[in-house]
Design a protein around this ligand. Sequence first.
Ligand code: ADP
Length: 477
Amino acid sequence: MIRKNYICGEWAGGAAVSSNINPSDTNDIVGEYAHADSVQTATAVEAAHAAFPIWASTTPQERHDILLRASTEIVARREELARLLAREEGKTLLEATYEVGRAGQIFDFFSGEALRIPGEKFASIRPNVEVEVTREPVGVVGVITPWNFPIAIPAWKIAPALAYGNTVVFKPAELAPASAHALTEILVRAGVPKGVFNLVMGRGPVVGQTMIDHKNVDAVSFTGSVATGRRVAMACAGSMRKFQIEMGGKNPLVVLADADLQNAVGCAVNGAYFATGQRCTASSRIIVEQSIYMRFTDLLIERMRALVVDDALRPGTNIGPVVDGTQLEQDLSYIAIGRSEGARLAYGGERLDRQTPGFYMSPALFLDADHSMRIAREEIFGPVAAMIAARDYDHALELANDTDFGLCAGICTTSLKFATHFKRHAQAGMVMVNLPTTGVDYHAPFGGRKRSSFGSREQGRYAADFYTTIKTGYTSA
Ligand code: ADP
């Protein structure tokens, strides 16, 4: 059975079909998914455009009820959806279960936000005049997502878009359409009216490009690579439409000599290697104070040895496969690059064979890395971390900030002084103290600085800044 696009309230086939392959076992085909072409994509945009005035005038209660029904179904089917997600993306069943739960929480949260659309009233500087600030939906939102969080990232874009009264055209990543398709079925069952939500699967340069070039897409929310993010920005800026782009990271985890080392090792392992290192918030640079460098290295490698790399669905697996063959080649090429640059590969970085044919790789740790090396500057997006020695706290902070990216920065320390200073001076959108750089709350703003992000923040009530536009009203009494 070929799974279809959802355009203007109808399930629609496509010009082409792709197989969704399980990276833990390439003999396992998760499903066949139709690809939309540019004409179908434009039809979806037109449908969303036509549905907008009606959806924008629904009551908050109607939108709340639909989003809550979606949340309830996601939570009720958590185990089944998690298996599907782990099969298509390769994260472990535990990680996938957590992600599906998160998607459910996000729909729940924004069902409530639909009832709490904020506004403000000012006293005017003029007599007998009232000033009020209200928020209105933006219009058609184009949602373009990556493969690494195939249900949570769509949830944190689609739920606020719908809650605030926008209509949506959703283009998921080519590698992970199954979770997106399942989410679409859930939204349809939850009662989203015709044209309000559309799913167009397929290739970025066809479906995505048509969306970002279409004049009736009023805003684009994108998560993915820097190169595509720049395309989105240029297309939207050229026609003065709203956009929000979330891209990569080269997130530092600083470990000071006074840190609780067991906790710091846990933060490093979680941040660098869980979800196979395929998170934009992954700790790919571990900056360790010189005096504890060797001790920390020993403890970290000891912990890494215990990590089980295997089939994502197998109980006991800590790290699933890399998402596909191209990504695996890229990860392995960075192992060669790091070696040729003079860093010392202290652990892992090898292709592994398991019972089933899959894209397995042992988590890799480079020692003696220098912050000028490519492995310390470029986002690898795999289970590869570079350890860099710092003379002291000031040097560690300088190294942490010496990057083109600025999504998240972490520090492990028991010093209030250093923790406070780091929180103030780390050039990142998110700062973690004694926690992994990965793992955030869904009701707090998410986003970064520099080349990591551009536009207003995602998640929590800060999402209203993107998914609404402000109107200032003046009334003379
Ligand atoms: P990743 O490395 O995470 O795959 P990409 O930026 O290539 O990063 O992909 C993120 C999303 O952007 C995917 O859904 C992809 O299909 C889409 N995409 C790729 N090229 C384009 C494009 N030219 N215009 C719009 N979207 C695109």
